[in-house]
Design a protein around this ligand. Structure first.
Ligand code: ADP
Length: 540
């Protein structure tokens, strides 16, 4: 017997329509690339998204066509998200920090018909154009006065929008239709496209907003530092309209000072970003003895958030950290670390110990860990294995079947190694390719990095496995010191005593000016492994 409930499809356009109808006056504030702060409301955004949808139709954009973006977090990018997906085309966000060859590969592989770009990326677009013959037009996200000189024939976003009426009815699409596309960075091999649907996006937005996930509401002022060009700004550009939260877009200025000033100026209550961004912010805060006056919570993920950073936020600033884990293939949220009732009344240290884990699954995400034979491992917080996931906002394959069928028995292998404890909290030990294999045992590079960054002289640390004649691999600690700080190799090694098992302590320490990062702000360990391939360990 079938239920007798209405079957409206879950569509991205309904998110912006809802925000317009019920939170029409709520603000969206953007720091623009041109300079001034831009302010308007969900109602205005919805109007302009409809005009843009008309403009896209006039340009000949059809359902399922891919429309690329090379853009920061800002109001025009937000309008593109809704206009493109809403009309039935596919919003393809491209990470502008990738190498130009990779971007050209991605735009060609996706068969982007138009590409929208922020002014910052005009020089990049000038370079890309000859390599992307399939792109019919490049649209500069600005007005006529600011059109880039190097691209005199670029289309002008503001002119396209101004020429149209806001009379546009969002089509009733199939909820399983493709809505957006994002390529994984692919530290090895070509990037692969993750193709989201309307249904997966709306379900993910519900999940993201839940009290035990990001706990978003119409009382929040949300500043996504995490870029809209990577993994949908962790879903914030969708989840905020769903709850009617005020949105604050930081544009290109992601340094500590700029972010802090925007937090204070706009009374931001919630933010999200990768640890490297918060590192810069916390440093800026410490320098001037500054305080947050409105910030309540921030979600941190993308790579492991060191416990020292969680402590700094919670203890020194009274800001709750929500450690989260996910991946592009998961829309991206998988787990968020929110405490349970059983943790109430525990000491700060005990609570911080839980909070340094990556959290527990949001309803909609199923998790398990398996050994190398695929056998499920116990949830005891000790056994670690390959983390597998499944659920309605998790990819079942890549765009154009790239890389073959990724699933194993219906589960998506994340490439991460993790433990799961009795309460269901996962802890990521490593990416499987970063685990250090010493004498047949595994050493967690993340745990060793977490210890190092708790040292007052260390700004950032990476631990990689280096070849060893007896043990196969041994850990090497690569450190970037804080400006003006002094610490020796011996002091750092001594710092590990009693914090980790003796045989985990790195064999050597190297100091570097700066650590390399990927286009998404993670430590670029492939580069470090190359750089230190022939490093002679004193123990070797
Ligand atoms: P890519 O950078 O390859 O596009 P994603 O941005 O999708 O990939 O990153 C997903 C990966 O990032 C995860 O598989 C995991 O290794 C890592 N990651 C994400 N969040 C965390 C976290 N909180 N702790 C540790 N690792 C994390």
């Amino acid at each position: 017997m079938q239920g007798l409930m209405q079957g409206q499809p879950l569509l991205i356009s309904s998110l912006i329509s809802f925000a317009d109808r019920y939170h029409g006056g709520t603000e969206i504030v953007s720091r623009t690339i041109e300079g001034p702060i831009h302010r308007y409301s969900y109602r205005d955004a919805h109007k302009r998204a409809r005009r843009l949808a008309n403009a896209l139709r006039r340009l000949g954009v059809q359902e399922a066509d891919r429309i690329g973006t090379l853009a920061w977090n800002g109001f025009r990018h937000f309008e593109i998200y809704y206009a493109v997906s809403g009309m039935g085309a596919v919003c393809h966000t491209i990470n502008p920090r990738l190498f130009p060859e990779q971007i050209a590969y991605i735009a060609n592989h996706a068969e982007d018909r138009y590409v929208f770009f922020d002014l910052t990326f005009a020089p990049l677009v000038a370079k890309l154009r000859p390599h992307c013959p399939g792109v019919k037009g490049w649209v500069a996200m600005t007005d006529r006065a600011h059109l880039p000189k190097e691209l005199p024939d670029a289309l002008c976003f503001e002119e396209l929008v101004a020429a149209e009426s806001d009379d546009f009815d969002w089509p009733e699409l199939d909820e399983d239709a493709a809505s957006s596309l994002c390529y994984t960075s692919g530290t090895t091999g070509n990037p692969k496209g993750v193709l989201y649907s309307h249904r997966s996006t709306v379900l993910h937005s519900y999940g993201a907003a839940l009290p035990d996930a990001m706990k978003l509401s119409a009382q929040d002022v949300v500043l996504p530092v995490v870029p809209m060009f990577h993994a949908n700004a962790w879903g914030l550009a969708y989840a905020c309209p769903l709850v009617g939260a005020k949105l604050v877009f930081p544009g290109a200025a992601l340094d500590g000072k700029s972010v802090y000033e925007l937090f204070e100026g706009e009374k931001v209550t919630f933010s999200g970003g990768v640890p490297t961004v918060w590192l810069a912010l916390l440093q800026y805060m410490a320098e001037g003895n500054r305080r947050f006056s409105t910030l309540k919570r921030t979600v941190i993920g993308g790579s492991a958030c060191p416990p020292a950073m969680i402590r700094a936020f919670e203890q020194d600033h009274g800001v709750e950290v929500l450690h989260a884990w996910g991946m592009t293939e998961m829309s991206p949220l998988g787990t968020v670390c929110q405490l349970k009732a059983v943790h109430q009344g525990k000491s700060l240290d005990d609570r911080l110990a839980v909070k340094s884990k990556q959290g527990r699954a949001i309803f909609g995400v199923e998790l398990k860990i398996v050994d190398s034979a695929g056998k499920e491992l116990p949830w005891d917080g000790k056994a670690f294995g390959d983390l597998m996931v499944r659920g309605p906002w998790i990819a079942k394959g890549y765009f154009k079947g790239e890389g073959g069928d990724p699933l194993r028995g219906g589960w998506f292998p994340t490439g991460d190694v993790a433990t799961i404890d009795e309460e269901g909290y996962i802890q990521i030990t490593d990416r499987s390719k970063d685990v250090i294999k010493s004498g047949g045992e595994w050493i967690s590079s993340i745990e060793l990095e977490n210890v190092a960054v708790a040292h007052p002289a260390v700004a950032e640390a990476a631990v990689i496995g280096v070849r060893h004649p007896k043990w196969d691999e041994r850990p090497l600690l690569v450190v970037q010191k804080k400006p003006g700080a002094a610490v020796t190799r011996e002091e750092l090694l001594a710092y590990y005593q009693d914090k980790v098992a003796k045989w985990w302590i790195p064999d050597d320490v190297v100091f570097v000016e700066a650590l390399p990062h990927t286009a998404t702000g993670k430590l670029l360990k492939t580069k470090l492994r190359q750089d230190f391939e022939t490093h002679k360990l004193p123990t070797g």
